[in-house]
Design a protein around this ligand. Structure first.
Ligand code: MG
Length: 231
């Protein structure tokens, strides 16, 4: 392997356990807002519906067909409607609470802390994320991992989203390393891996669900602890 100097990490679903943190928040808010009294069948059914709608809207956001405001405005309104919840009057409050609470949840993917601790003695590291600026810093702080990273590159601030090669160029310039001296670790092939390939950055595809695929990747891991033998 080349002599790497700097490791780029994606944040959501790679280090920060988005799934667990989000579900925990939705469960809490389901009860706080008493959605069962407003017609919801179950927390589980509501969360599944929300996730499907949110996923679809995020697709639209990534493709540029909807704005961040439209995404935030629509996701709980649509989820309430699809779940038979009579809750248009509280959808915005629910959405605001979700945005406030979920980034404060501290759950990381298994072995993330141990691996970051190990890698931090060998490399400098930073985050490249397509998430929203006001929540990504909160996540890093509450998960107690912000001190591991020299930089946090957020698409909203830089002006380009992964896989746009310009966010990777911006990051390598800011860190002061050549693309060939860096490694990108991420769970999303279309954004993290495709972007890294286009930018001339080596990559490790993190596939914790072990989803079968026939994508062409340099390295694939199922558990973050594998990074301790690869890097
Ligand atoms: Mg991700």
């Amino acid at each position: 392997m080349p002599a790497y100097r700097h490791i780029f990490f994606d944040l959501d679903h790679t280090l920060w356990d988005f799934h667990k943190n989000s579900e925990e928040t939705l469960h809490e808010l389901y009860h706080t807002f008493n959605l069962s009294a407003l017609g919801a069948k179950s927390a589980t059914a509501f969360i599944e519906t929300y996730k499907e709608i949110n996923h679809h809207l995020w697709d639209g956001y990534h493709k540029g067909t909807i704005t961040k405001e439209q995404l935030r405005h629509s996701r709980f309104r649509n989820a309430f409607k699809s779940s038979g919840i009579n809750g248009e009057h509280i959808a915005d409050d629910f959405g605001n609470e979700y945005l406030r609470v979920s980034p404060t949840k501290p759950h990381l993917l298994p072995n993330a802390m141990q691996v970051l601790d190990y890698l931090s003695s060998k490399y400098t590291m930073s985050i490249i994320t397509n998430g929203f600026a006001e929540v990504q810093f909160v996540k890093l702080k509450h998960a107690r991992i912000e001190h591991f990273f020299s930089h946090v590159f957020i698409s909203e601030i830089i002006g380009y989203q992964k896989p746009d090669v310009r966010i990777f160029e911006h990051a390598t310039n800011a860190v002061g390393v050549k693309p060939s001296q860096t490694m990108m670790v991420g769970d999303n092939f279309a954004t993290d891996i495709v972007g890294a390939i286009q930018a001339g950055i080596d990559h490790i595809y993190f596939n914790p669900e072990q989803t079968p695929h026939n994508l062409s990747v340099q390295k694939e891991i199922f558990d973050l602890h594998e990074l301790m033998t690869l890097l």
